[in-house]
Design a protein around this ligand. Structure first.
Ligand code: A2P
Length: 235
């Protein structure tokens, strides 16, 4: 479908957010992704984007990096209010609460633009009724790379644990290292703590290995688990 862009916000020189109108017929589950392209359908490739808005929100929101020479994002970064955006009709993804055993603590762990599907889940009231406590960890190189969502996360009904790797910060370092050093997630148990991972392949693999070595098992459509993962798209 083709939708009209209602807002574009640029953060650092490599991060931006697009909001669009939402046709009433477009349904999705919090945490899913969809294919996105330029409005002139044939001119550019489509890429998978997590939907950042909640399932009941009136607009759609997408968060993107600008991939240097990227066939889509080098054009998409110039999109303006009133322009057309192509959004595919089929939404899908593994970062949905249906793939997890419900109850206890939900940990959403993101690096970079991997925060996008978690914004959707945090904007869905069902997430708060499905779990007792929600923890969000977000690792980026700099503080500025958290501008799009840092304040929303701080004010939302979750425990927000930002970590910064390439600037001074009160919680410096990669989340994977903080977990291994016992500074975060140290009380977690396979019964109580459910985990969603969304970041680079290296991050996902490292956390997945950490969890599986300690007895966590991955969930999917056919059988709920106590962790799920998806690679952050577009870089
Ligand atoms: P670092 O600065 O140590 O590379 P990027 O900007 O490259 O997408 O990375 C986003 C954030 O994810 C950066 O803070 C980066 O830290 C961090 N990161 C990269 N690889 C891993 C990993 N294997 N585990 C945890 N964090 C990682």
């Amino acid at each position: 479908m083709i939708v009209k862009v209602t807002g574009v916000t640029h953060y650092t020189d490599s991060l931006f957010k697009i909001t669009t109108e939402r046709p009433k017929t477009f349904r999705f589950r919090a945490g899913e992704f969809v294919m996105v392209g330029m409005g002139d359908y044939d001119s550019t490739p489509k890429r998978a984007y997590s939907i950042c808005s909640g399932p009941y929100d009136e607009e759609l929101e997408f968060y993107s990096i600008k991939v240097p020479n990227g066939p889509l994002t080098s054009k998409l970064q110039h999109i303006k209010v009133g322009d057309d955006l192509y959004v595919g009709g089929k939404t899908t993804g593994t970062l949905i609460t249906q793939n997890l055993e419900l109850g206890g603590n939900l940990w959403m762990m993101a690096t970079g633009t991997g925060i996008a599907p978690f914004m959707s889940l945090l904007r869905d009231p069902a997430t708060y009724s499905d779990f007792d406590n929600i923890y969000v960890t977000w690792t980026t190189r700099t503080m500025a790379e958290q501008d799009a969502y840092h304040n929303i996360l701080k004010e939302s009904n979750c425990t927000f644990i930002p970590t910064i790797t390439r600037e001074e910060f009160h919680r410096p370092g990669r989340i994977t290292d903080l977990v291994k050093e016992g500074k975060v997630f140290e009380q977690a148990t396979t019964e109580r703590d459910k985990v969603m991972l969304c970041g680079s392949t290296a991050f996902n693999t490292e956390m997945k290995n950490y969890l599986t070595e300690r007895g966590w098992h991955e969930g999917n459509k056919t059988s709920a688990g106590n962790f799920v993962q998806e690679k952050a798209f577009v870089g």
